[in-house]
Structures are given as structure tokens and as C-alpha cells.
Design a protein around this ligand. Structure first.
Ligand SMILES: [Ca+2]
Length: 127
């Protein structure tokens, strides 16, 4: 129990750091990071294995560029929504398109040559 409480505190701090408060709704179906990606979201992470959240969006979000600070940083992602999503290697939906199928996740983008290459994304459909 002590360990669990300590972990919850650490995760809560991390959530606050990105402006996300009081959201804890783990979903058993995903191996990803239920503490960060705590709802029906598409989430991207700086590290492989769903470490260090870079951002999350609800299903259907319009094409947008990754912020300058997080550009070319994503190394894993999960799509907990029932809608396909996608990301691009360049800004404004340019470059190579990679799908993030609904209810799917990718814990390590490197084997696919996608690591640290995400510059824009959208939550309306797959490629
Ligand atoms: Ca990275």
C-alpha cells in the first residue's frame, strides 16, 4: 500500500506538471500509461514504453503541429479512442503519414524508423 501511495503521488505530480488534474481512470485493455492517458484520448510520449507524456487529445481533433518543444520527440503512443488517428513526419500534415489505429498502441517507434520524428498529428482518421 505504501508503494502504491508513493507512486500515486509521483504520478499526480507529473499530471499537474502538464496541467491535467484529478484524472485517474485506468483501462485494463491497454499496456500504456493509464495515469497519463487517463481517458478516451490519443496520447504521445517522449520515451519508449509510454514514458514522459508529451500531450493528449480527444477523438476527432483537427490536424495540428506538435509544439516546438516537443517536435521530433515522440517515441511511443497510444490511441484509446474509437477513432483512428495519424501523425506526420513534417509539420502541417506533410511528410510521411503513420496511422494510429483506434484502440491500439505502439510502445517503441524505433523499429519502424519513426522514432523522434513526429511533427504534426490529427485525430480524425488513419492515413
Ligand atoms: Ca523521444
Amino acid at each position: 500500500m505504501m508503494m502504491r501511495k508513493k507512486m500515486a503521488g509521483i504520478l499526480a505530480s507529473a499530471a499537474l506538471a502538464v496541467g491535467m488534474v484529478g484524472a485517474l481512470a485506468p483501462t485494463a485493455a491497454f499496456a500504456g500509461n493509464a495515469s497519463y492517458c487517463s481517458g478516451t484520448y490519443v496520447c504521445v510520449y517522449k520515451n519508449s514504453g509510454f514514458g514522459v507524456g508529451l500531450g493528449w487529445r480527444t477523438a476527432g481533433f483537427s490536424l495540428q503541429n506538435i509544439s516546438a518543444a516537443n517536435d521530433n520527440e515522440a517515441s511511443s503512443w497510444e490511441n484509446r479512442t474509437g477513432t483512428g488517428a495519424r501523425w506526420y513526419t513534417d509539420a502541417n500534415g506533410k511528410g510521411d503519414c503513420h496511422s494510429m489505429a483506434k484502440y491500439s498502441e505502439l510502445s517503441w517507434m524505433s523499429p519502424f524508423g519513426q522514432n523522434d520524428n513526429m511533427s504534426s498529428w490529427a485525430g480524425t482518421k488513419v492515413c
